[in-house]
Design a protein around this ligand. Structure first.
Ligand SMILES: [Fe+2]
Ligand SMILES: [Fe+2]
Ligand SMILES: [Fe+2]
Ligand SMILES: [Fe+2]
Length: 280
């Protein structure tokens, strides 16, 4: 590995990351940059493969979670090319895994695998600023929403054909709309907003339990995937509620407007809707 190549390894200045208009995605980008910078700093301190593999694994974890979230948000926002985009992510992670495999078994300071990483880094940069830009137009760049505009309005196509389930979905939408308005007008203390989010968490838990009672009508793989989707939201919400940094209205806005809204829309329209076919 030449010194010239090493010098090319970049420290990412978080201030230079462009805002996407979605606060949750912006937050993820900051975390990704932090994780990249940790790799860079470890490298500067002399850490090499295979020791460095742990840092790369962390970065891979953040990337996978970011990609997953991005697709959920994009689908929920009605982005038509989401499947092609999802394949781009998958391919990228595949290459990253090849790289990780090489790094885990490598030794010595001059491995070609760091060159491979820099290629990946470049590729990621291109993906994040070029391919992703297509999606950034889905939401208002200044995050402007009219004061009394609802976060989600119930539409007939949301119905999954089971009154109990539709009612629970409507209730979740009402709760999220209420939190959204409170975040907008800024009159509710952050602690009270967190309390309301805990209610969303409990309602979601109960709702998932009700929904899962119908899963015996679904083919096994579909039921499993659906259950996993529920578990992942519960995990995500729980982590957010346990996170003390949540006591900040910007962070709460990112969670509610940037993620939960799209998760719920995507989940109702693309996952829960499958119940309709099997419960006829
Ligand atoms: Fe991204
Ligand atoms: Fe992407
Ligand atoms: Fe569901
Ligand atoms: Fe549901």
């Amino acid at each position: 590995m030449s010194q010239r190549k090493l010098a090319n390894m970049k420290f990412i200045d978080p201030k230079l990351i462009p805002a996407t208009g979605n606060l949750e995605i912006d937050r993820d980008h900051l975390r990704l940059a932090e994780s990249m910078n940790q790799v860079y700093e470890s490298w500067q301190r002399g850490m090499r493969c295979p020791e460095l593999a742990g840092k790369f694994e962390e970065l891979r974890g953040h990337l996978a979670s970011h990609f997953g979230k991005e697709i959920t948000i994009a689908r929920g926002a009605g982005y038509k090319r989401w499947l092609a985009h999802h394949h781009e992510h998958k391919e990228f992670l595949h290459r990253f895994d090849d790289f990780l495999g090489t790094c885990r078994t490598a030794s010595g300071p001059d491995q070609a695998n760091i060159e491979m990483f820099m290629e990946l880094e470049q590729h990621l940069f291109e993906h994040e600023v070029m391919s992703d830009q297509d999606m950034w137009n889905l939401w208002d760049k200044d995050g402007k929403v009219l004061a009394n505009e609802k976060l989600i309005s119930w539409k007939p196509e949301f119905s999954v054909g089971v009154e109990q389930i539709d009612g629970q979905h409507q209730r979740l939408i009402v709760l999220l709309n209420d939190i959204h308005l409170r975040l907008r007008d800024g009159l509710t203390p952050v602690t009270a907003i967190v309390e309301r989010l805990k209610m969303v968490y409990l309602e979601a838990l109960q709702h998932f339990r009700s929904e899962e009672q119908y899963f015996s009508h679904l083919p096994e793989p579909m039921a499993d995937q659906h259950r996993i989707a529920h578990e992942s939201l519960i995990k995500e919400l729980k982590a957010a509620l346990d996170d003390h940094d949540m006591a900040d209205s910007q962070r709460l806005t990112a969670l509610v407007e940037g993620y939960l809204k799209f998760w719920l829309l995507d989940h109702i329209l693309n996952t829960d809707s499958r119940l309709r076919e099997y419960l006829k």
